[in-house]
Write a protein that binds this ligand. Structure first.
Ligand code: IVH
Length: 675
């Protein structure tokens, strides 16, 4: 059969099966005998396996009927689903091993070990290799019919494949959710304004017990089989290891963390190994299950109440613990994101002492309603940062708890904290000043499309910061004064230092667009920087622009306009910019394409500024003069027309006097500008 005819056949089969489903489930009047129905389903499933490009979520292999149920039917397990005894420490594990050896009169036990998954136990019933129904564990005797939902789980095959498939078999295993899927699901829930799940287990349980299987189909569930219940047919196995092998051969997913174990010592060391790797696994486990591997020995050992004597769950310390929130503070990340953190009364979680837990963002604090002095559950999951799961409301003392307020100033640098309407996070606006963000800021500043400082890579920046050579981008331009000290640095040398200093020197000659981009204002990329440069032409005008003016520029929306405005409002950012562009310090410059409105008295005149002006900054004065067509230079010569002097003028003042150049006080200068 070729691809085209396969597609035609698949469509035909789906159509037929849908029709039979309707007759069977809705009309209660099946038109074909069950084996015939099974044959159609098997053919479809096989074709879907051969041509996975035609697999679809609404195929009858995935769903039985689509209408939500009004309640779950009950299903009785043929062989009851048992529970497991626990060992909480090594002594209890040793006692378990001893009981088995005594009872069997043997010296050493061979175990089959598996991770104990933290999910939900299910029983899946296959008849002639076809998935017939599936149920939750329930009370161990009777569970709820979740057949439709189980069929939506991608890794559970509707058909067993391979040889020696029994006529009937109950496959047992655990439905769970991986950490990555759990995070994605919670993000999706948040976007849709739906409730957050506290942990992967709750998410898996909530997803599996859905009356509408279409909802389950959209939830990322996983499954590992760990055993069998009743079966009928000629199966040839003598150990639990063989049972797992068989399940794998039939296409059932089995945990890769299963192993045959020779004796107690190996069991204990396996438990330790898994415990060390626990946090790096993709899903939650709460221990290791040890099962006597030999089936004959299992039969001799038998059961005690509702648990087998031949198996035990050797548990890990819990991942969730209770403690009290002593305070809620904020931390500033490398990108300026402000993260609220709960300071906790120290508590051991999963074997590690925890004193802080992330609260992610303000929305999260509000949603969970976490307050200072509350009692909370703390959880350490796959990653290492513990988080607050929920508040224990019963333990709340209304007179003692304090509602968290987001600070308005960055705790590291004092700049304003800002929030964007479209984001949950608050951010420090002191991008180039804040020392929490400075590494990132310097890396960006030096990058090729920004100031293009050759040879100043991430590692060197980290080193220079660490050794105290630079704190902000402005310090790059004082490095030349520290040449001798730089040469002494590890991995540096005369040649590389000189190259670096030359590259920094060369970066001073740039364009306005590059310079704006280099400042790393949030969401101001190259294109936006170019638009700003083109529109305003003069840097000073960008610095003082209000949000309305900024928004009038093409491609700049309210969010970016606010970012730009806030950035230049920060006194500390301004200080750094001033240092970068002042001729005495950074000396970064570019050619400003001025639009001289009309020729004025000052057109073509050459000015020199010295001393501190009160009415405006030196650069503002410079820009004003340039707008009028005048030139501003740094040194006094016989070509200078005017020298403007402010408070405590420098040697330029004396030189001008000597050369007989017109000297203008600030007052006289203002009058001249106004004419
Ligand atoms: S064997 C007779 N193996 O633990 C043996 N159970 O208390 C019965 N579980 O809810 C279970 N991982 O869902 C077994 N690898 C594993 C398991 C496992 C998780 C759960 C199971 C049940 C509970 C038993």
């Amino acid at each position: 059969m070729n691809r085209d005819s396969a597609k035609i056949r698949i469509d035909d089969l789906r159509h037929q099966i849908d029709k039979h489903n309707h007759s069977y489930y809705v009309l209660d009047e099946p038109v074909i005998p069950d084996p015939e129905y099974d044959r159609l389903l098997r053919e479809l499933s096989e074709l879907e396996e051969l041509y996975p490009e035609f697999v679809s979520d609404n195929s009858p292999t995935k769903n039985v009927g689509a209408e939500p149920l009004s309640s779950f039917e009950k299903i009785e397990h043929i062989v009851p689903m048992l529970s497991l005894g626990n060992a909480l420490d090594e002594d209890e594990m040793r006692a378990f091993d001893k009981r088995i050896k005594d009872k069997l009169s043997i010296e050493n036990v061979i175990y089959s070990a598996e991770t104990k998954l933290d999910g939900l136990a299910v029983n899946i019933f296959y008849e002639n290799g076809i998935l017939k129904h599936a149920a939750t564990r329930g009370d161990g005797q009777t569970g709820e019919d979740i057949t439709r939902n189980i069929k939506t789980i991608k890794s559970i095959k509707p058909l067993l494949k391979g040889k020696n498939i029994p006529e009937r078999i109950e496959v047992r295993g655990e439905v769970f959710m991986t950490h990555a899927d759990f995070r994605k699901l919670n993000q999706q829930q948040e976007k849709n304004n739906q409730k957050q799940f506290a942990n992967p287990r709750n998410a898996a349980a909530g997803s599996l017990r859905q009356l509408d299987s279409r909802i389950t189909a959209n939830r990322p569930l996983s499954f590992f089989a760990y055993g069998i219940g009743d079966y009928e047919g000629a199966l040839d196995f003598h150990s639990h290891t063989q049972v797992l092998e068989m399940l794998k051969e039939w296409g059932m997913p089995v945990s890769p963390e299963s192993r045959k174990i020779n004796g107690l010592d190996e069991a204990i060391s396996f438990h330790r190994q898994i415990s060390e790797r626990r946090m790096t696994l993709a899903y939650d486990i709460d221990g290791v299950v040890f099962k006597v591997d030999d089936i004959e020995q299992q039969k001799i050992l038998g059961f005690v109440s509702r648990a087998p004597r031949w198996a035990i769950a050797y548990k890990f310390p819990a991942l969730e613990e209770m403690t009290q929130v002593l305070d809620i503070e904020v931390q500033v990340g490398r990108t300026g994101a402000i993260t609220p953190v709960a300071r906790l009364a120290s508590v051991k979680v999963g074997g590690v002492t925890v004193m802080n837990a992330t609260l992610h963002n303000l929305d999260e604090i509000r949603r969970k309603d976490v307050r200072k002095n509350d009692w909370v559950y703390i959880r350490r999951a796959g990653d290492v940062i513990p988080e607050v799961v929920s508040v224990i409301m019963d333990k709340r003392d209304e007179n003692k708890v304090v509602v968290f307020q987001m600070p308005t100033q960055c705790p590291v640098c004092g700049s304003d904290i800002e929030k964007q309407d479209n984001e949950a996070v608050y951010r420090c606006s002191g991008g180039i000043y804040c020392s929490a963000q400075s590494i990132q800021a310097i890396i960006h500043f030096a990058s090729r499309k920004a100031m293009n400082i050759d040879g100043l890579g991430d590692k060197l920046i980290e080193q220079l910061k660490q050794e105290g050579f630079i704190t902000t981008i402005a310090d790059l331009y004082s490095l030349k004064e520290k040449r001798e000290d730089l040469i002494k640095l590890a991995r540096m040398g005369e040649k590389s230092v000189d190259n670096l200093l030359a590259a920094i020197e060369a970066s001073k000659e740039t364009t306005l667009a590059r310079f704006i981009y280099a400042l790393g204002i949030r969401e101001v990329g190259e294109a936006t920087a170019r638009s700003l440069a083109q529109h305003f032409r003069v840097f000073q005008n960008i610095r003082v622009a209000n949000t309305d003016e900024l928004e009038s520029i093409q491609d700049i929306g309210p969010v970016v306009a606010k970012n730009i405005h806030t950035f230049f409002q920060q006194e500390h950012n301004e200080e750094i910019i001033e240092r970068l562009i002042s001729p005495e310090h950074g000396g970064i410059h570019w050619e400003e394409t001025l639009q001289v409105e009309q020729s004025s008295e000052l057109t073509g005149k050459t000015f020199v500024l010295t001393g501190t002006l009160i009415s405006f900054g030196r650069d503002e004065a410079k820009e004003k003069l340039q707008m009028l067509g005048a030139k501003v230079t740094n040194s006094v010569s016989k070509n200078t027309d005017y020298v403007v002097y402010g408070d405590s003028p420098g040697s330029k003042f004396d030189k001008a006097k000597k050369l007989g150049i017109t000297l203008l006080s600030e007052k006289a200068f203002l009058e001249l500008l106004n004419t």
